[in-house]
Design a protein around this ligand. Structure first.
Ligand code: 2P0
Length: 332
């Protein structure tokens, strides 16, 4: 039996990945740039054995459905091919999230799975190769191989992976406050949302050209430790991404009325002189980027508008870590 275990943290894109050039290889239409966070992570143990008769996937101790297992099994097929190993596997994942408010992340999940598989089958992959592998499971996972800021480069199967963005440790001064908002409307998955937008949204070409400019601004902001530029570019880029969904056919949005209230609250805090900016992904939660020095003041202000269970604070997280497989693990 071959076993491996790894931990990966989730990341939030400041420049969004929104649309694929190739769905099989998960090649993006544009470069994206993210911040890896410490508050949400996944630990995954994988074991390959000639005795297993099928792939099995448990998440937080619960055996997953065939549909959820298929995404994992498809990824395992890639790894089996790479390692020339025909054995089925058991995958046990634990998501560490402060609440169950829809924050389970495919970024941390697939990055941890890539790391655990690489360790189990002794693939000895470089960070770049791990990033490429994680990308095949879920696009955003390729950025979670790195701590701090990471940029995912568009390209071919060979050249599309994430790299660390040098920052002189600036991310240690930043905070991200999550405002958790429960989804009411029926969700459009990010995969379906991206596909529909690329294929039908008349705003999509505008998104692509604007995001290239935003990426340049973002990298400059990081190089110069310019928080205003970082925040303004983050917020503007998220709004542009969400704008594309309104022109899709059929149109859709990830915003709820509570999301709008949260965005308005952030704008109001800015008017009061607090430096904070929002971003949003394929769901109604609003994430507020600020500096550690103002984090407590901003949290206090937000507490006047949102319940304390809705507010979760995160800081910069680390890259992928390989962990020892405990002998007590149910996989043995
Ligand atoms: C991002 N999102 O850059 C963007 C912004 C959602 C909005 O990456 O289809 O789970 O597995 O490659 O990575 C969510 O999409 O999608 C995502 P797949 P993924 O973080």
């Amino acid at each position: 039996m071959y076993k491996g275990k790894a931990r990966a943290y989730t990341n939030i894109a400041l420049i969004k990945y929104w649309g694929k050039q190739d769905e099989t290889f998960i090649l993006p239409m544009n470069n994206s740039l993210s911040l890896t966070l410490d508050a949400f992570y996944t630990e995954t143990t994988v074991a390959f054995s000639p005795d297993f008769t099928q792939d099995r996937f448990t998440l937080d101790g619960v055996v997953q459905t065939d549909a959820a297992t298929k995404k994992v099994a498809d990824f395992l097929d890639l790894v089996r091919k790479k390692a020339d190993c025909p054995w089925y596997a058991t995958v046990e994942s634990q998501n560490f999230v402060p609440t169950a408010a829809g924050l389970a992340s495919s970024a941390s999940g697939l990055a941890a799975l890539a790391g655990a598989c690489s360790e189990a089958l002794d693939l000895n992959l470089s960070e770049q190769a791990l990033s490429r592998l994680a990308r095949r499971g879920s696009g955003s996972a390729c950025r979670s191989i790195y701590g701090g800021f990471a940029e995912w480069h568009q390209g071919t199967d060979e050249t599309s992976f994430a790299t660390q963005v040098p920052s002189n440790g600036w991310e240690e001064e930043l905070s991200m406050i999550f405002i958790l908002i429960n989804a009411q409307a029926k969700e459009v998955s990010s995969r379906e949302g991206m596909r529909r937008t690329v294929e039908t949204s008349s705003f999509y070409p505008g998104w692509l050209s604007a995001t290239a400019t935003d990426l340049v601004k973002m990298k400059q902001a990081i190089a110069e430790k310019d928080f205003t530029a970082l925040g303004e570019t983050t917020e503007a880029n998220a709004l542009k991404m969400h704008g594309t969904t309104l022109a899709a056919e059929p149109p859709f949005t990830y915003w709820s009325s509570e999301s709008l209230r949260a965005m308005e609250c952030v704008r109001m805090l800015r008017k009061k002189g607090l430096a904070c900016y929002f971003t949003m992904d394929a769901g109604p939660n609003v994430k507020v980027l600020c500096q550690k020095q103002e984090e407590q003041t901003i949290l206090r202000e937000l507490s006047a508008h949102f319940a304390s269970e809705q507010l979760v604070t995160a800081h910069a997280g680390k890259g992928l870590a390989f962990l020892p497989v405990e002998e007590s693990s149910p996989i043995n």
